[in-house]
Design a protein around this ligand. Structure first.
Ligand SMILES: [Zn+2]
Length: 386
């Protein structure tokens, strides 16, 4: 389902005016197979147990968050994941849970991670019933699952799946069982495969951002600091000294070097890829917000313009797709989970884990993957931009 990551490292060296691209040959793929419906009951029971562990963790972290200290008042204390793991170790015995110790650990670890991510000591409860119930989620570690005669063995149970990938070819890695809104269950696992580089035939989705100017669906990045950092200091010095001529000169230099870096980057993209899809975010719209300076700095318009004409010159397919919801949607299971970054507060979040399928995403790479998927859908289906 997923195109693998290829970790390309792109580095612009201002002095040497050169572009270095290194390629690592291992990529991680997420496989997702549907579990037969007859197992829904067992999985729902496991998910109920997972929710109990989650909520017990939540109780503890909320309780520990504010501790009264005499003559000082209430002091906020962070409970470490280590302490929680220790404190909750007996929960399986006490509540007679059937899920394994590794799964309990994974749930607590995920809770800790989400707390760090959202900077909260208490998270949302995972309800097992009612209209606000959380979709079933049962995480596991590599050692917890095994493929036995085409069935997945987990916690003493065997699950039949529609094996569309030939799972036996792979070594199953960390992942989760997850339920979708229709009550169907899926087995999600990460596997390592060797990357197959192929210049000019790969497709790439491009997310235009603020912190990183460009992030590709395969991990390729163009950082803003490569463009302006070395000049920022000089500019500061000149401004403090009130040297207006010098300030102007540095601004011109920044402009040139930015254009230069973008040209190299867009040339490389059109040479290496057969199809390029970019999110349709309009810089005009964002200029009106408080992010104006960053937007102007990144020069999205310039980037798209260059891509458009260079793609045309080299018969590369170039298209813009509506990037609505591309940040919030999980590129592995294609739903918008509760744990994805949302709104203005979400801008800070660089990495997040999908609470539905358990895959951890780099915020920008995930968005770029969604843009790629949307672009490819349009290319294949010939449908207009929705
Ligand atoms: Zn997901």
């Amino acid at each position: 389902m997923q195109e693998g990551f290829v970790f390309d490292f792109l580095k612009f060296t201002q002095n040497e005016r050169s572009v270095t691209i290194g390629v690592m040959s291992i990529c991680t793929k997420t496989l997702r197979v549907r579990i037969k419906d007859k197992h829904a009951k067992v999985l729902a029971r496991m998910a109920f147990e997972v929710n109990q562990v989650w909520n017990a963790t939540n109780e503890l972290t909320a309780e520990y968050a504010w501790v009264p200290i005499p003559e000082v008042g209430y002091v906020s204390l962070q409970t470490s994941e280590y302490d929680l793991q220790k404190e909750l170790r007996p929960i399986r015995e006490e509540r007679k849970l059937s899920i394994g110790a590794a799964t309990v650990q994974s749930v607590i670890a995920q809770h800790a991670k989400s707390r760090r991510q959202f900077k909260r000591s208490k998270l949302r409860w995972r309800c097992s019933g009612g209209s606000r119930r959380a979709l079933g989620w049962v995480p596991f570690k590599t050692a917890g699952v095994k493929l036995v005669k085409g069935q997945i063995r987990f916690c003493g149970e065997f699950f039949c799946v529609w094996d569309s990938y030939g799972l036996s070819q792979y070594e199953l890695g960390t992942g989760s069982f997850s339920e979708d809104a229709r009550g169907r269950w899926y087995f999600n696992t990460t596997v390592k495969v060797e990357a197959k580089p192929g210049a000019g035939i790969k497709s790439v989705g491009i997310d235009l951002g603020l912190k990183t100017v460009v992030t590709g669906s395969d991990g390729i990045k163009l950082d803003r600091r490569y463009i302006t950092d070395e000049f920022a200091q000089q500019l500061g010095i000149a401004q403090r000294a009130n040297k207006s001529k010098r300030v102007k000169a540095i601004h011109a230099k920044i402009k040139n070097s930015r254009r230069d870096a973008l040209h190299k980057f867009t040339t490389m993209l059109t040479q290496d890829y057969g199809a390029i899809f970019v999110g349709d975010v309009s810089s005009k719209k964002l200029v009106k917000t408080s992010m104006a300076k960053s937007v102007l700095d990144t020069g999205w318009g310039m980037l798209k313009e260059q891509l458009r004409y260079k793609a045309m010159a080299q018969s590369v397919f170039f298209d813009e797709v509506k990037e609505r919801n591309t940040t919030q949607t999980c590129s592995s299971c294609r739903i918008i989970p509760g744990s994805s970054p949302k709104g203005r507060a979400g801008l800070r979040i660089r990495e997040w884990t999908c609470c539905a399928c358990g895959v951890t995403h780099d915020r920008d790479i995930n968005a770029a993957k969604n843009i790629l998927a949307l672009g490819l859908e349009r290319l294949v289906g010939g449908t207009p931009c929705l």
